[in-house]
Write a protein that binds this ligand. Structure first.
Ligand code: GLN
Length: 204
């Protein structure tokens, strides 16, 4: 099929750096629709949960019923891509401090696991995406969470200093860093392309 007029992916646009994800997806060749209420999910194959502040995101999602809507979206075959705060939202258990989460990604994460804002950094990690050669990748960590444990269904597809920073499980892709901040003018970046490939696969 040729290029489709309708956007097939959405970006949760309640708080955080959703605009950077929209740009990254555009560079990777996909139009993205801002998602603010459950009805915006209709017809989408994938949804990005951006970085920002997970507590603020939870507070903005609750009144419009977005948590339940995201769970239903995934249950019905939708693909989810969470970065930083978005990964925290997806996790099964959140510490530092504890807070509610969607519980879709079988991982335990510690918020602000590297310290405070001033401890944010840019590093080089390794990714080994399914079907691709392992390689180095620039990774931007901003008050990033740390993954403390993952369940058996979770595949670690990216590491930094030997620690898991990029995870896949079912139709979920989750990064503790910000791939939307390291995009290339041509083709966007490999993590956004991976998300779009997962969306393609889910549509078949
Ligand atoms: N520390 C933030 C939180 O706990 C996440 C930071 C980010 O998304 N860059 O939600």
């Amino acid at each position: 099929m040729g290029i489709e007029a309708e956007a097939l992916v959405g970006v949760l646009a309640l708080q955080g750096d959703f605009a950077a994800h929209e740009r990254a997806l555009a560079l990777a060749g996909a139009g993205a629709r801002p998602v603010r209420v459950p009805a915006d999910l209709s017809g989408l194959r994938g949804l990005v949960l951006p970085g920002g502040e997970s507590t603020a995101l939870l507070r903005l999602m609750a009144p419009v019923g977005m948590e339940e809507a995201v769970r239903r979206f995934h249950g019905a075959g939708g693909v989810l891509f969470g970065t930083c705060a978005g990964l925290i939202l997806l996790a099964a258990k959140v510490t530092g401090p504890e807070q509610p989460s969607l519980g879709l990604l079988d991982a335990v994460v510690a918020r602000n696991g590297y310290g405070r804002q001033i401890d944010s950094f840019v590093g080089t990690g390794r990714i080994g995406l399914p079907g691709e050669e392992e390689r180095d990748l620039e990774m931007v960590f901003i008050r990033a969470p740390r993954v403390l444990a993952v369940g058996p269904g979770v595949r670690i597809v990216g590491t930094h200093s030997g620690e898991p920073v990029l995870l896949e499980q079912d139709r979920i892709l989750a990064a503790t860093f910000h791939p939307e901040m390291s995009v290339q003018p041509e083709g966007g970046g490999p993590i956004h392309r991976r998300f779009l490939a997962m969306c393609d696969a889910a549509g078949r």
